[in-house]
Design a protein around this ligand. Structure first.
Ligand SMILES: C[S@@+](CC[C@H](N)C(=O)[O-])C[C@H]1O[C@@H](n2cnc3c(N)ncnc32)[C@H](O)[C@@H]1O
Length: 276
């Protein structure tokens, strides 16, 4: 079997099982099997695989067919142009979360902010992307899951930004040492009734009955934890913008709110500028 035939076989198997983007998924698994980048794979479509490579590749395709996410199979996921180590202890970074990173970078450049907090850091994808892109920044990265913090710390070493990030274990803002210029949070926001857990940690997704428990609690704790004139950036779920605006209005009645849409046109990021 050559590389092109292996990709076609994976596509057929994964299509049959209703897996989204079956060709792309097969490509990710074959690249992982051969440890090659995309360009090398597509330049080698006529090259024969060894029997060991075929067996290993088909095992991975079978795991994917049974529902395991490819990021957990390969142990990594790309986010904001960087590869992050992931396993079942953390949420797999989502492309739509890149929006909150873009907004934070833009604010940093326009306002010369230098301390940030990433609440619910998970794999560390937000904190590490910011630390990699912004020269003078220091990021506090908090999570209630010590497993997640372990992976985030490994990712910070992988991307050589460990000196720019302080990892802190604890519940929401309780352990945050002082006010920051920008606070970013992608907290769990899935409604309890809409939880469809397959492999990812419940702690990373479960936002309570309306999906807003964690966002609500964070907003209640936020006064005094962001400097006057600073920003709060929240990632939200589809249809949550109005409810989140109301929560923010309660805590920061004078806060200036902007909502940003993701590439699918869904309200995804709520930005609050604190007056003062
Ligand atoms: C939706 S995931 C986001 C992970 C990562 N920031 C990302 O964007 O991929 C939410 C994260 O919040 C953490 N979390 C849940 N409840 C928390 C709490 N009360 N305090 C701090 N972190 C919490 C979870 O452990 C999880 O890592």
């Amino acid at each position: 079997m050559n590389c092109g035939q292996a990709l076609e076989q994976a596509r057929l198997i994964l299509t049959d099982s209703g897996i989204d983007e079956p060709f792309l998924e097969g490509e990710i698994l074959l690249r992982h099997t051969l440890d090659v980048d995309r360009a090398t794979l597509f330049a080698s479509l006529n090259e024969e695989l060894t029997p060991v490579q075929v067996a290993l590749f088909l095992q991975l395709v079978e795991r994917r067919r049974l529902g395991e996410p490819s990021a957990y199979i390969t142990g990594s996921r790309e986010f904001f142009g960087l590869d992050f180590k992931v396993d079942r202890r953390v949420l797999i970074p989502r492309p739509e979360t890149e929006l909150v990173v873009e907004k934070a970078i833009d604010l940093y450049r326009r306002n010369k902010y230098d301390t940030m907090a990433d609440i619910g850091t998970g794999s560390g994808c937000i904190a590490i992307s910011l630390a990699r892109h912004l020269a003078g920044v220091h990021v506090y990265a908090l999570d209630i899951s010590s497993d997640a913090l372990e992976i985030a710390a490994q990712n910070s070493l992988l991307h050589h930004v460990q000196d720019k990030i302080t990892f802190i274990h604890g519940d929401l803002l309780e352990p945050l040492p002082g006010p920051v210029d920008i606070m970013i949070a992608n907290l769990p926001y899935v409604k309890k009734t809409e939880m469809n857990l397959k492999s990812e940690p419940e702690l990373a997704l479960d936002g309570g009955v309306e999906g807003l428990d964690k966002i609500n609690n964070l907003c209640r704790q936020a006064p005094g934890k962001i400097i006057p004139g600073g920003r709060l950036l929240l990632e939200i779920g589809q249809g949550q913008a109005e409810a989140v605006k109301a929560i923010i209005h309660n805590t920061f009645p004078d806060g200036v709110i902007d909502i940003y849409k993701d590439l699918s046109g869904i309200d995804r990021v709520v930005s609050v500028r604190l007056t003062g």
